[in-house]
Design a binder for this molecule. Structure first.
Ligand SMILES: *[C@@H]1O[C@H](CO)[C@@H](O)[C@H](O)[C@H]1NC(C)=O
Ligand SMILES: *[C@@H]1O[C@H](CO)[C@@H](O)[C@H](O)[C@H]1NC(C)=O
Length: 624
């Protein structure tokens, strides 16, 4: 049996894995952790998270003093969170709600007595209501949600509920009464929570004497901006039994819009990749083969009518200008590429379920910091093959330059968060933690990698470089540096942009993103298209005797980041309605960070593919 299994070719295994992972997503099965079992009358804590809005880029702390929400006795205590969830602006605290398993309650008070909001805070809250901020609670590790119907008639639990409502006249009113419906499932006599829904209401003078019976009839509770307003916060609790089993409780929360469109676009990019592969294969098999046979035969006769890519064999591996920067970018590109691949593998296998909040950014950050050993190693080897000698400078630049630039830029954006009193501003302790992992682990690893890289022999190059550089003839317009790189970026962009769209949607509109197998396949297609387009365009340029490929192969595929940035501008104008300058700055700031990573990742793929290709073809011709 074992023997037979070993005979199954690898490619089949990969195929089976892919199909399996597709099956996983369609059923949205994740490794959901261990369920909490409750007994009747157990206290169920409600945790509160920061308030978010898709009209701004700023989350606010639930206990920001402007909101005046009721606090637990002795003040709120913060809950431990993962690094990634802190970076994404989550701030969890406990809350004063008294809720007990299977105990229906009506007209409970959230606070001791009434709440008074003064004019200044009223103005702040009213602005947040007009910006459509959402309150986020977490019960038994799932978010409290509004229930809504999607376009195709499915029930969707959309995380969070409105801070307030906007009446017909456009006036904001605060939601001060909540119907909290908690769905439970009975498993062998044990009670488990499988869904939490909230219906918020804005009610002036709620009829507490009559069990809050006037929910639907009463006037809204407005907050006056000229005098203090006093009102009360109340809630009802309704427990309902649900057939949903605990393992599938996230299914309602996961928004998988238009799976068909998604499939369609994936198949589309797949076809693009296939066509490109066809073209590359054709070149390699037909043209190149013919070229090689002819070159090798011609060697015997006369050297006079050489043409095409063989002509430049004495220059093709001539080190480019700024080889230091190129090696630094390549090192960092490999580091980021590995981080993406490993994170995606974990995600596809279901290890990063939405139940562990912030696990994806956490895992990404940690892998990024760990993989700096590869960045040092690759950077050193690429620097060496280009004949560089400033080894120490190379290692230092690799370790500090790119991550340092991103960090400084991030801290600059962070100032906007601080200025807006937003909870997404990075806490000092977290910053220190990240800085110390970086300096104590990441940078030493990078130096070790660089050391090993330098100790290794130089990568062997199949042809010798001439002393005197050859003149590059005038190139047709479409083969010049910038036009041909821009042409190169279009296809990889086409392969990935729909995934970028879904990721942006899920970050900005706070949907739970879980379609990792699509993302994984999209990423594979991206890798293939980047590699092929770089090879293809490099081949055309070599044929027209332009041998300057080092930077060009990097920028050709890397330029798809430029298109993604253009796309983010389009997205800003068509999908977003940010109302403040600082939100806009943050949006474009984070777009730039994202696109920089994209640039070096895609560029690195293109570069190494081309490097491999050139070594192969120049290896196959005879040169004396
Ligand atoms: C709570 O109230 C709801 C709606 O009134 C009812 O369907 C449910 O059975 C009640 N649950 C309990 C445990 O009494
Ligand atoms: C709370 O406010 C209501 C009016 O909104 C008032 O009737 C009630 O007496 C107040 N309760 C307390 C404890 O101040």
């Amino acid at each position: 049996m074992k023997n037979i299994y070993h005979k199954v070719p690898n490619i089949v295994n990969v195929f089976i894995l892919t199909i399996l992972s597709l099956g996983w997503t369609v059923n949205a099965i994740n490794f959901p952790g261990v369920p909490n079992n409750y007994n009747i009358n157990d206290k169920i804590p409600i945790l509160v998270n920061s308030l978010v809005s898709s009209n701004t880029a700023f989350p606010y702390d639930y206990y920001n003093e402007h909101f005046g929400f009721c606090q637990p006795e002795g003040g709120p205590t913060a809950k431990k969170e993962s690094l990634g969830s802190i970076l994404f602006g989550d701030r969890l605290y406990d809350s004063p709600f008294d809720i007990y398993m299977l105990k229906n309650d009506t007209c409970q008070s959230q606070c001791k007595g009434n709440v008074t909001i003064d004019e200044v805070n009223a103005k702040f809250i009213n602005e947040r209501i007009l910006e459509q901020y959402n309150v986020r609670w977490i019960v038994d590790n799932i978010p409290a949600a509004r229930s809504m119907l999607t376009d195709d008639g499915k029930v969707l639990y959309s995380e969070g509920f409105e801070l307030g409502l906007i009446d017909e006249a456009g006036k904001p009113a605060i939601n001060n009464h909540f119907d909290i419906q908690i769905e439970y499932h009975i498993n062998n006599g044990r009670y488990r929570i499988v869904g939490v829904l909230v219906w918020p209401y804005s009610i002036k003078n709620i009829d507490r004497a009559n069990n809050c019976a006037n929910i639907d009839s009463a006037e809204h509770q407005y907050l006056s901006e000229t005098e203090p307003t006093t009102f009360s916060y109340t809630f009802n609790v309704i427990w309902t039994q649900s057939p949903v089993a605990w393992v599938t409780r996230w299914d309602h929360y996961i928004y998988n819009p238009d799976v068909e469109t998604h499939w369609f676009s994936l198949i589309n990019s797949f076809i693009i990749a296939l066509m490109l592969t066809g073209m590359v294969a054709m070149i390699i098999i037909r043209t190149l083969r013919k070229d090689i046979i002819r070159y090798n035969r011609m060697d015997l006769e006369d050297q006079q009518d050489e043409y095409g890519w063989k002509l430049v064999h004495g220059d093709v591996f001539r080190a480019p200008f700024h080889r230091m920067w190129l090696s630094v970018l390549l090192g960092n590109g490999v580091q980021s590429l590995l981080m993406c691949i490993v994170t995606l593998c974990f995600a596809v296998l279901g290890f990063l379920s939405p139940a562990s909040r912030g696990s994806i950014p956490t895992v990404m950050l940690l892998f990024y910091l760990l993989f700096s050993c590869f960045s040092g190693y690759i950077s050193a080897r690429m620097y060496k093959v280009q004949g560089g000698e400033g080894y120490k400078r190379n290692a230092i630049f690799t370790a500090f330059l790119f991550p340092g630039a991103i960090l400084v830029f991030y801290l600059f954006l962070n100032m906007f968060m601080i200025a807006n009193d937003s909870s997404a501003a990075i806490p000092f302790g977290t910053l220190i933690l990240i800085l110390s992992i970086w300096t104590l682990v990441s940078i030493p690893l990078c130096f070790i990698g660089a050391f090993i890289g330098f100790r290794k022999g130089t990568i062997s190059i199949p042809v010798r470089t001439n002393q005197i550089p050859r003149q590059v003839p005038d190139q047709p317009f479409y083969l010049r540096f910038i036009p041909s790189s821009l042409i190169g970026g279009i296809l990889p962009f086409g392969a990935i942009f729909i995934e970028v769209f879904y990721i942006m949607n899920s970050i900005i509109f706070h949907h739970i993103y879980s379609i990792f197998s699509f993302l994984f396949l999209g990423f594979l297609i991206l890798i293939v298209t980047c590699a092929e387009i770089s090879i293809l365009i490099c081949y055309f340029r070599l044929c027209s005797e332009d041998y300057r490929w080092w930077w060009h192969s990097f920028v050709t595929s890397g330029s798809c980041a430029f298109y993604i940035f253009l796309y983010s501008i389009l997205y800003y104008y068509t999908k977003l309605s940010f109302d403040s300058f600082s939100s806009t700055v943050l949006y474009f700031g984070f777009s730039i960070i994202f696109c920089s990573f994209f640039f070096i990742i895609a560029g690195t793929i293109g570069f190494f593919a081309t490097f491999w290709f050139l070594k192969k073809i120049y290896n196959s011709i005879k040169i004396d």
